[in-house]
Design a protein around this ligand. Structure first.
Ligand SMILES: [Mn+2]
Length: 321
């Protein structure tokens, strides 16, 4: 019998998100140390498998080679100690959500190099675990294991903020699919465990804090732990600095001003209608928006772009080469 750790979006990238204080070098150290913390927790708590919930990498923003090597060193060390490392594919593990080019991504190389195993079907101590990559059809549970877990990269009951189709798991779908538990990445906010008579929903939240939205200012970083013997879920904290030490002061200090921006209206106009020209709009209005929002602007653009990307709306890129 053993314990399995589930880790939310890591978003490995070469530079800090706009809202954070760190220099690129410092931020890379933060990420590298987070992965090392996972190793420490696995050893301390006798955890034999780690499953990433997708968006291990943030391919769109650029990754530093040295950082990637540091992470591979830690993950290889874990594998050498007998710890299994698995992941599904998130939208940011691809370039601009483009499945066709998955072969050039960091996660593909990690799969190929046997650093991370692509999670498809896995059975540990009689517990069936099914991985569903971003955007793929959910697959009905058909094994007769004592407990079954679907691992997905999608929202849960979040139609209001753009979760549609395979991007949104609903209670109806959970009932029909028939798993004992659903563990989801993609949504970076952590949520309390939801337990119905039929199933359990686990959303640990992202391992890194990309935006200084209120929940990130105050939250702790957790990973979810499943015990294959007791079939119980728990949370374990991953060491992190308090929000006010990692986010830029001006962002925190001016927090109340961001309330005036009315993101809901912006989102209604720009995103729910799935305006394909969102990025044109952003580019055309950047200068006037900077004048209006001053030093808050990078954070605002960050939130909007993250939101669009979470919904699968990406900046068009030239695919000539
Ligand atoms: Mn995602």
């Amino acid at each position: 019998m053993s314990k399995i750790m589930f880790v939310g979006d890591v978003h490995i990238k070469g530079v800090a998100p706009a809202s954070r204080k760190e220099t690129p070098e410092q931020y890379r150290e933060v990420i590298s140390n987070k992965i090392k913390s996972l190793e420490t927790i696995c050893e301390r708590d006798n955890i034999s498998n780690v499953i990433f919930l997708g968006d291990v990498y943030d391919n769109n923003t650029g990754i530093n080679d040295e950082l990637e090597s540091d992470i591979w060193i830690t993950l290889t060390d874990m594998r050498n100690k007998g710890i299994g490392i698995y992941s599904i594919i998130g939208n940011h593990d691809m370039y601009y959500n483009n499945e066709k080019d998955f072969k050039v991504t960091r996660l593909f190389k990690a799969f190929l190099g046997n650093i991370i195993t692509h999670l498809d079907d896995l059975t540990i101590d009689g517990v069936h675990i099914k991985g569903i990559d971003f955007g793929k059809d959910f697959i009905q549970e058909e094994t007769y294991c004592k407990y079954s877990i679907m691992v997905g990269h999608c929202f849960y009951e979040n139609e209001r903020f753009g979760g549609t189709g395979n991007g949104n798991l609903t209670d109806d779908k959970c009932n029909n699919l028939g798993y004992s538990a659903y563990v989801l990445g993609h949504d970076h906010s952590p949520y309390p465990t939801i337990k119905t008579s039929g199933y359990t929903i686990i959303r640990p939240g992202s391992l890194t804090r990309g935006t200084s939205k209120t929940c990130n200012l105050y939250r702790k970083i957790n990973v979810a732990i499943f015990d294959t013997e007791t079939l119980e879920w728990s949370e374990t904290e991953v060491p992190s600095k308090p929000g006010n030490e990692v986010f830029l002061d001006k962002v925190i200090y001016n927090k109340s001003q961001t309330d005036d921006i009315n993101l809901n209206n912006l989102i209604d106009e720009l995103i729910v209608k799935k305006n394909p020209d969102f990025y044109d709009f952003l580019d055309e209005n950047r200068e006037s928006a900077k004048e209006r929002f001053k030093e808050l602007y990078p954070e605002i653009e960050n939130i909007l772009v993250n939101h669009c990307e979470a919904l699968g709306i990406y900046r068009k890129v030239d695919n000539d080469n």
